[in-house]
Design a protein around this ligand. Structure first.
Ligand code: FES
Ligand SMILES: [Fe+2]
Length: 416
């Protein structure tokens, strides 16, 4: 146990429910390392989608703080993940975001590994050298209906299957495996990773900050409580739409009702299918589908948006015509990578079935607005005037649930 753990345990113990965390949680290097050790190295972390590595030999690299991971499709089409670290002298094997390889060859002294991680070739090693003891270190990898998760722990949390069983019927009809990544964007946000997540877990800020997004989404669906006659009337209209559409969608084979288990399990999650405004087809500027070729076997465009969240680092929006998938990776105590992927049907052709600018307009704008808000929050929290502030109980309850999950998992990690 390091000297700082008692101090961290004390900070956790005195956390006030319903309040933002103390500043150190968003700035301190030691707490950041604990986050990496106890949150990111011990839980199921969402890292990408199956179309990222569709064919045998496809590899994708993911960096999580100092942890470097390769996620690969092996020769038999299976999923594999390894530490991106050579077993000779530790060099990183792969350096490009996505690539296709026959074998994994270290650029330093050309030790060569198969896509199952086994060491196939190492020149100049003595006869008694045992290659079977020098395969790449494996990382657990699982697919949830096409969403890829890794876990670096030797023994991962055992609730992945239960989560997958619940969420797969919601996600499967959107057929992630039948998609391709039409566009991908990395943004570096100037704030701790928890600020990125907290910002995502509420829509308190949506009406003021997101003119493009609120053309199609109702803030009410993300916990926002209405105040005033106009907002209450809109909320009533929204809730009656939710009731009627949930019935229709569920009768048509699309699970839609909210399921939320965010706090009390290692692999916390939430899902719900929600109506969209106006034409109600997609999260686009005109609320109509951006891609003429619909996903999976869909023939109906107006399927709202299925929202899927996983703790600690992802959220996803599934519509009839495209999917937007967001993964969050901590870089430093005060910088965070937000990786966003836009998926369309694998056979959709740009220019014929969709325009990339139209497909990505809403969330590219929204991401920039959110990134700006995260930076502003981080700047205030960094200053000496910051004190933990209260969440609005009716509108920010899901942010509190993110913090409660985080604090609970960190306490378990610390053994307190
Ligand atoms: S460090 Fe990889 S072959 Fe030497
Ligand atoms: Fe936002």
């Amino acid at each position: 146990m390091t000297q700082t753990q008692p101090a961290l345990s004390a900070l956790l113990a005195r956390r006030r429910l319903g309040y933002t965390l103390e500043a150190q949680f968003y700035t301190n290097e030691t707490i950041f390392r604990q986050d990496l050790d106890f949150i990111f190295a011990r839980h199921w972390i969402q890292v990408g989608v199956e179309p990222d590595i569709a064919s045998p030999g496809d590899c994708m690299i993911v960096d999580i703080g100092p942890h470097a991971i390769i996620v690969a499709r092996d020769d038999d089409g299976g999923l594999r993940a390894f530490h991106n670290v050579c077993r000779h002298r530790g060099a990183r094997l792969l350096h490009t975001a996505k690539t296709n390889v026959g074998n994994l060859v270290c650029p330093y002294h050309q030790w060569t590994y198969g896509l199952d991680g086994s060491l196939l070739f190492a020149a100049h090693m003595p006869e008694q050298f045992d290659a079977t003891c020098h395969g790449l270190r494996r990382v657990h990898v699982r697919s949830l209906a096409g969403l890829l998760f890794i876990c670096m722990a030797e023994t991962p949390p055992d609730d992945f299957d239960a989560m997958a069983q619940t969420l797969a019927p919601y996600i499967m009809p959107h057929d992630i495996r039948g998609c391709r990544v039409a566009f991908e964007e990395d943004i570096i946000e100037h704030g701790n990773w928890k600020l990125t997540m907290e910002n995502n877990r509420e829509c308190y800020h949506c009406n003021a900050a997101h003119p493009e997004l609120t053309r199609s989404i109702f803030a009410e669906g993300f916990g926002f409580a209405p105040v005033g006659a106009e907002a209450e009337a809109q909320a009533e209209r929204f809730h009656s739409m939710v009731g009627a559409l949930h019935r229709d969608w569920e009768q048509g084979g699309l699970p839609s009702r909210e399921i939320e288990d965010l706090v009390d399990r290692p692999t916390g999650f939430r899902t719900e299918r929600l109506p969209l405004e106006d034409a109600g087809e997609s999260e686009t500027l005109d609320t109509r589908v951006a891609c003429r070729k619909l996903l999976g076997k869909f023939s109906e465009k107006r399927l709202g948006a299925l929202s899927v969240w996983t703790q600690p680092n992802s959220w996803h929006h599934f519509m009839s015509d495209h999917i937007v998938s967001f993964s969050v990776f901590p870089l430093t105590p005060e910088t965070t990578l937000l990786r966003t992927k836009w998926l369309v049907h694998a056979d959709a052709v740009e220019g014929r079935d969709y325009q990339c600018a139209n497909l990505t307009a809403v969330w590219r704008a929204t991401n920039r607005q959110d990134s700006d808000l995260v930076g502003k929050a981080a700047a205030g929290i960094r200053s000496s005037g910051y004190r933990p502030g209260p969440y609005a109980p009716d509108t920010e309850s899901l942010v509190e649930k993110f913090c409660a999950w985080y604090v609970g998992r960190l306490k378990i990690g610390l053994g307190t």
